[in-house]
Design a protein around this ligand. Structure first.
Ligand SMILES: O=C(O)CCC(=O)C(=O)O
Ligand SMILES: [Fe+2]
Length: 296
C-alpha cells in the first residue's frame, strides 16, 4: 500500500492477510541515519549463537536509547494509529515489545518459520485475538536474494499448528528502503536466506504488544531513567512508563511510572481518567507535565 493510505485501510489488510507492506513510509535518509547511529553497537554485537538467531546475522537492541532517528520509526504516526486499531481495540493500552536492528549477512540460511507470539510461553491466544504486531522497516532494499522477511499470507487464521512450516510455503516481503512490513504475532514468518556474495539485509524490527503483557525487551533497563527523562511523554508511555492496564505496573502509592520518573504525586484515580490519559498522552511530543498542569 502507499504511504498515503489511511490507518483504517492498512488495518483492514493487516486483519485480512496477517501482514501488509506500506511502501516508503519513511525517507531513505532516516533509515541511513538509524543505521549510522547504531553502527558502533552493531559492530560490537556478536553473530547469533543459534540456528534461529542466525549464525551470519547480527542483532542490536535498545534502539530507543541508542538511536534518536529510530525513535521517529517507533513513534511513526501511521503505525501507531494502526496499532490503536488492531491492538488498542481490545486492550486499554499497547506498548513497545522489542526494538532490534537485524543485519542478515551474506551466506545466512533461512530462519525457521515461526509465530512471534510463541514468545508468550506459547499461550494459545484465540484466533483473531492479536496480542502482538511486529513492524519491520527496510533499512536496505529487501529482495529475495538479500533475505527479505518471508511470510505465509493468511496463516494468522490457522487454527491447527502444523509441526513444521517450510520456506517453500512462504512469500518474500520484497520492499524498498524506507518501506515497512506490519505483521501480526500470529502469522507464520521468518528471516530469509541471504544468497548474495556481499550484500547485507538490514531491517529495523519494532514490535508492539498489549499493555498487559511482559515486554520481550526490558525497556526499563534498556532505557534507564536518566535517558528516559530526556524523552517525550508519548514515547515514554509507549516504552512502558505508564500502567499497562488500570492496575498493572504502578509504583509505591499507586503512582503512575511517569509520576515516579518525575517525582510528582499520583493523580489518576478512576479507570476512565487513566484510560483517557493513556490514549491522549500517546500523542504528546513534549516532556511529561507534572500533576496539576492539566486536567486528568
Ligand atoms: O529478520 C527477519 O526478517 C525476521 C526476524 C524474525 O522473524 C525474528 O527474529 O523473530
Ligand atoms: Fe519473528
Amino acid at each position: 500500500m502507499g504511504a498515503g493510505s489511511s490507518p483504517e485501510e492498512v488495518a483492514a489488510v493487516l486483519r485480512e492477510d496477517g501482514c501488509v507492506i506500506v511502501a516508503e513510509a519513511a525517507p531513505a535518509a532516516t533509515m541511513d541515519r538509524v543505521v549510522a547511529e547504531l553502527e558502533p553497537y552493531l559492530e560490537a554485537s556478536a553473530r547469533g549463537g543459534s540456528e534461529f538467531l542466525g549464525r551470519a546475522t547480527r542483532r542490536t537492541g535498545a534502539l530507543v536509547a541508542r538511536s534518536p532517528a529510530a525513535r521517529t520509526l517507533v513513534t511513526d504516526r501511521l503505525v501507531l494509529e494502526v496499532m490503536g486499531l488492531v491492538l488498542g481495540d481490545h486492550a486499554s493500552t499497547f506498548q513497545v515489545d522489542l526494538t532490534q536492528l537485524i543485519d542478515i549477512g551474506p551466506g545466512e540460511s533461512a530462519q525457521a518459520i515461526h509465530r512471534d507470539h510463541w514468545a508468550f510461553d506459547r499461550f494459545p491466544f484465540p484466533p483473531g485475538f492479536e496480542a502482538e504486531v511486529g513492524t519491520m522497516w527496510a533499512a536496505t532494499d529487501f529482495t529475495e536474494a538479500t533475505g527479505a522477511t518471508r511470510v505465509v499470507v493468511g496463516s494468522h487464521r490457522w487454527t491447527e499448528e502444523p509441526v513444521e512450516v517450510t520456506v517453500e510455503e512462504t512469500t518474500a516481503a520484497v520492499m524498498s528502503k524506507g518501506s515497512v512490513l506490519l505483521y501480526t504475532g500470529s502469522i507464520y514468518h521468518g528471516g530469509g536466506a541471504n544468497t548474495t556474495a556481499g550484500t547485507h539485509r538490514i531491517g529495523v524490527n519494532v514490535g508492539y504488544s498489549l499493555g498487559w503483557l511482559r515486554q520481550e525487551e526490558n525497556q526499563f533497563l534498556a532505557c534507564p531513567p536518566e535517558v528516559a527523562r530526556t524523552l517525550p511523554e508519548g514515547l515514554l508511555r509507549l516504552i512502558g512508563y505508564q500502567r499497562g492496564a488500570f492496575a498493572l505496573g504502578y509504583v509505591d502509592d499507586m503512582r503512575d511510572p511517569l509520576d515516579w520518573l518525575y517525582g510528582t504525586p499520583g493523580r489518576t484515580a478512576t479507570f476512565s481518567a487513566y484510560r483517557r490519559a493513556a490514549r491522549e498522552g500517546l500523542w504528546r511530543t513534549d516532556p511529561y507535565a507534572p500533576a496539576g498542569d492539566r486536567s486528568g
